[in-house]
Design a protein around this ligand. Structure first.
Ligand SMILES: *Cc1c(COP(=O)(O)O)cnc(C)c1O
Length: 405
């Protein structure tokens, strides 16, 4: 299928190009030292990850450890309450550790093992990526250093405990504002100093090449499974596919299965408290082109051109940019990006819990809220939503802030 002169029959061969670009977005904007490390990972990715031995081992891990394939559930009661459109969810909440993040962490850690690395290094904000990576490190018997701002360590006590129980070393970062940005810098510095023994594991389809490509490819299992399962269940393709977009990994995984199909694709960004800069994290909707964290994409900037402060009720979505492939698909128009705010999200959180017995992660509730709005607008057809994770991690916060609705 051709869309605005891009041929989606051969899309995955051509995007990204050999320098890691999706059109003008992507690339490797890092120091020469880190560029060497990125080139080593790229080379290893193409030789190791494309080998049948690696693919067979990752498939076995997905089946026997992660519990894949995850099912698709038909939301019958919710669909009927809204009208004639049938809503379905891809259940990444049932993936081991309760979210999609383990899909790329297991791939990255298996690559590390094949490369002979001893240690996994990453930063984490809310702790979700740290927990998924610590799980992968424990599985493969690798060391794991997770850099985390002192402020976040205080806020995210349960995830810090999980990482420690799994054997990870949580490194407290105290300089600057002591949050995610400082943790990213500290983790990159530690990796640059020790890249012969370690590998950096990015938590989404962001960062310098090859990470946006590699994380997308590891997440593509979501879209491949979902397409086959949906056709098996209903005999046809969904009319629309929906996923929430933070950095953009669960959405890229899901979308990659449907880019070459006559299916409308929607990426949902967090509008938070409203459209004022600082009150949301809708980077593709309101941002502009810029370079940060080693890649060119669309981002939210402050008056000085630096990454702007962002906010969302979902801590997994509050990132001032999104992956370069999303920026490319945004400009191309193949994926439509839209927003839902905190209120609509919390409503969807309770509605899905009450009507279907599924408590979603607040991140995923953004996609559910948008799917519900879309169902009312479409009037007929079907919508497949990526339910990126379960809401157990969010329950205390929801009860404290919103009470029981
Ligand atoms: C981290 C996270 C997200 C956001 O990350 P993406 O890379 O945009 O997928 C979404 N949902 C859940 C449950 C998460 O943990």
């Amino acid at each position: 299928m051709k869309f605005n002169n891009v041929d989606f029959d051969t899309y995955f061969k051509n995007y990204p190009d050999e320098n890691g670009f999706f059109g003008k977005y992507g690339g490797t904007y890092v120091t020469p030292e880190l560029k060497k490390a990125m080139d080593e990972i790229t080379e290893a990715y193409f030789t190791i990850c494309k080998s049948s031995k690696f693919i067979t081992e990752l498939r076995r891990i997905r089946r026997e450890f992660q519990g894949r394939p995850t099912p698709i559930s038909h939301l019958e009661r919710l669909s009927n309450s809204l009208g004639n459109v049938q809503l379905y969810v891809k259940r990444e909440d049932l993936n081991h550790t309760g979210a999609h993040k383990l899909n790329h962490c297991m791939g990255e850690a298996l690559l590390a093992k094949y490369m002979g690395k001893k240690k996994l290094i990453a930063e984490t904000g809310a702790g979700q990526h740290g927990v998924a990576l610590a799980t992968a490190a424990a599985y493969f018997g690798l060391e794991c250093d997770i850099y985390m701002g002192a402020v976040d360590i205080k806020k995210q006590a349960p995830n810090v405990a999980r990482m420690k129980i799994l054997g990870a070393n949580v490194v407290e970062v105290t300089h600057g504002l002591a949050t995610l940005k400082e943790a990213v810098d500290a983790a990159f510095a530690a990796y640059a100093a020790d890249y012969e023994n370690s590998i950096y594991c990015i938590g989404s389809v962001v960062g310098p090449h090859p990470f946006p490509m590699m994380v997308r490819d590891f997440q593509s299992v979501v879209g491949i499974e979902a397409r086959e399962q949906f056709v098996g269940m209903t005999g046809e393709l969904p009319d629309a596919v929906v996923a929430c977009v933070g950095g953009g990994s669960n959405s890229m995984g899901m979308f990659s299965g449907f880019l070459n199909d006559p299916v409308d694709i929607y990426g949902v960004e967090p509008l938070g408290r409203g459209t004022t800069l600082g009150d949301h994290a809708a980077s593709l909707t309101y941002g502009e082109e810029g370079i940060m964290h080693g890649f060119n994409s669309i981002m939210l900037k402050d008056a000085n051109g630096e990454p702007a402060p962002v906010y969302s009720v979902a801590s997994g979505l509050d990132y001032p940019s999104s992956g370069p492939e999303h920026a490319f698909l945004h400009d191309l128009g193949r994926v439509k990006y839209d927003v839902v705010d905190d209120e609509e999200t919390i409503d969807a959180f309770f509605t899905l819990s009450r009507m279907e017995g599924i408590i979603p992660a607040i991140e995923s509730a953004h996609a559910v809220a948008y799917g519900m709005k879309l169902a009312k607008k479409m009037g007929k057809g079907s919508v497949l939503i990526c339910l990126s994770g379960r809401g157990d991690k969010d329950m205390d916060y929801i009860i404290e802030k919103y009470g029981i609705r």
